[in-house]
Design a binder for this molecule. Structure first.
Ligand SMILES: Nc1ncnc2c1ncn2[C@@H]1O[C@H](COP(=O)(O)OP(=O)(O)OP(=O)(O)O)[C@@H](O)[C@H]1O
Ligand SMILES: [Mg+2]
Length: 509
């Protein structure tokens, strides 16, 4: 008899529903899987046989054929184990086809018949809902995550339990999850800004960067608090919206970064890869199939690159596409995948190898070292960073005094207000912050009046600013105006935005 059931496989960070057909026919004992399965699915044959026999089910000693549709999509992962095993039992007429209908099954099987969690359970459940299915059956470790899609979830820990569901011998209590309510319990972590003394200029820059999602580069001598400042950033970032939280959860699930039993991710990702990371680790890759890289895992959050010039050139240059487009396309021999990658880049560096160039302490580097060190960062990469912020030495008097008055919670409130001020604009454009305002709408949304426009023109001519820099200054000025809750961008907003690119504080234009 022919059995039909639904499973799902991951394609990038999305799940594709897979129609699994199992047929038992005459012939020598064999189990063939067709429909472009990769080696993990080929290996499923042995896991399925082991799981069935260890669950006291009969394994048909004849010819079994499983077909996975759509047949032109290459399928990988062990998530089809459960549905293949159930398909064999139904095809062998040991369970009714009705028990498979209207349900999507996802789970890896152990040889003892235990159902294990898989990557991408949330998106599998979403795919099930889109396909009009009524329930999803998965391992308990995936249940809360899958329930975020809004479909009832039946959690089964063994193949036997799954078969009891299919045979309608038990009625499991469906697991549901209230994503909205979960989002209200967000915690903000990292050191509080109040622990960081002095550095008011850098703190103001971080407030603007957080409000608009702008990229920022900190440069200063050793021990001035650059790493400390960056680690305090999660505490002032605006809370995730529900759709952003679901996006982040999907990516973490696809990358296998969710803990068993974890559901919605409620805090913005903060990734700080070591400078030994490879280009594939940074943007995504793998030998034959692709996996999301750091830029994708940092989506809707922060990618912190400490000791920025120490990263290999290939890694730094690989950031150019995601920084510009908000996504990254990775090609491997068997797969081309586009991953989302909208993150805030926070980079920190010393001005030179000894760390003291441009400070009161004399620089001890040999001649030309400063230039060679700076040249590790290419012009196009620096051009994509909206804010270049010098961080000076902390005054000892301030270091030994009271905590700073500005607490992270107060700054976060201002950041949230600024985002709320720009929300109607963002919703219209389907973006989440000012850094994402598309070129087509930039001039209308960041319009400068007759008194303000000449300031930007003059600065652009004097400092030979690229078109990209001018546009990024406009977006930055828009954020500064939003923090002021002003619809019109004023002279002061543009001047402050320029201080983060070219003009030193107080310089005449
Ligand atoms: N502004 C500050 N307020 C309070 N403590 C500070 C400040 N700056 C530095 N410190 C102290 O110095 C330590 C080192 O700071 P941090 O790691 O942020 O320096 P850094 O600028 O990243 O240096 P490096 O260039 O060597 O990486 C902190 O753990 C903290 O003890
Ligand atoms: Mg540091």
């Amino acid at each position: 008899m022919l059995a039909r059931a639904w499973g799902a496989v991951l394609n990038g960070v999305d799940a594709v529903p897979v129609r699994v057909e199992v047929d038992i026919g005459n012939g020598l004992p064999a189990f063939t899987v067709v429909g472009l399965p990769d080696s993990t699915i080929q290996e499923a044959r042995d896991r399925v046989r082991g799981a069935l026999t260890n669950s006291d089910e009969s394994y048909p000693m004849t010819r079994i054929t499983a077909n996975l549709a759509p047949s032109d999509l290459r399928k990988q992962g062990a998530g089809l184990d459960l549905v293949l095993a159930l398909g064999i039992v139904v095809s062998n007429e040991q369970a009714p086809q009705d028990g498979l209908d209207g349900r999507l099954f996802c789970g890896e099987l152990g040889l003892a018949g235990d159902v294990r969690p898989v990557r991408g359970a949330l998106q599998a459940a979403e795919a099930a809902r889109a396909a009009g299915l009524k329930e999803i059956v998965c391992s308990p470790a995936n249940a809360r995550e899958a329930a975020l899609a809004g479909l009832p979830v039946l959690a089964v820990s063994t193949l036997r339990e799954a078969l009891d569901v299919v045979r309608d011998r038990v009625r499991l209590e469906p697991i549901t999850e209230d994503a909205e309510a979960l989002l209200q319990t967000t915690v903000h972590n990292g050191p509080d800004l109040a622990q960081i003394r002095d550095q008011d200029h850098a703190k103001r820059a971080f407030e603007i960067a957080a409000a608009g999602g702008h990229n920022i580069l900190l440069s200063g001598p050793p021990g001035s608090g650059k790493t400390l400042l960056a680690r305090a950033l999660p505490g002032i970032l605006p809370s995730l919206t529900l759709s952003e939280a679901l996006e982040v959860t999907r990516i973490h699930s696809a990358a296998g970064l969710l803990f068993p039993g974890e559901s919605l991710i409620r805090t913005r990702p903060f990734r700080s890869p070591h400078h030994g990371v490879s280009a594939a680790g940074m943007v995504g890759g793998g030998s034959m199939f692709t996996r999301p890289g750091e830029v994708t895992i940092a989506h809707r959050g922060v990618l912190f690159m400490d000791e920025f010039p120490e990263f290999p050139r290939s890694v730094l240059e690989s950031l150019r596409q995601p920084l510009e487009d908000g996504f990254v396309t990775v090609t491997r021999s068997r797969q081309t995948t586009t991953y989302p990658a909208r993150f805030m880049l926070v980079a920190a560096m010393n001005p030179c190898p000894c760390g003291h160039a441009g400070t009161e302490r004399p620089c001890k580097c040999p001649p030309r070292t400063y230039e060679i060190y700076r040249q590790r960062l290419s012009g196009p990469l620096l051009d994509r960073i909206d804010m270049h912020v010098p961080v000076g030495r902390v005054e000892t008097k301030k270091l030994l005094g009271e905590d700073d008055a500005t607490r992270s919670s107060a700054v976060r409130q201002r950041v949230e207000s600024a985002r709320a001020f720009g929300r109607s604009r963002h919703e219209l454009l389907h973006v989440t912050c000012n850094a994402e305002i598309p070129l087509g709408k930039l001039i209308t949304l960041c319009a400068l009046d007759e008194a303000t426009a000449p300031i930007l023109t003059k600065a652009a001519n004097k400092y030979d600013l690229s078109a990209r820099t001018v546009h990024r200054v406009l977006r930055l000025a828009r954020t500064i105006a939003d923090l002021d809750e002003k619809e019109a961008i004023a002279k002061d907003h543009v001047l402050e935005a320029l201080t983060y690119r070219v003009v030193h504080k107080g310089a005449e234009l």
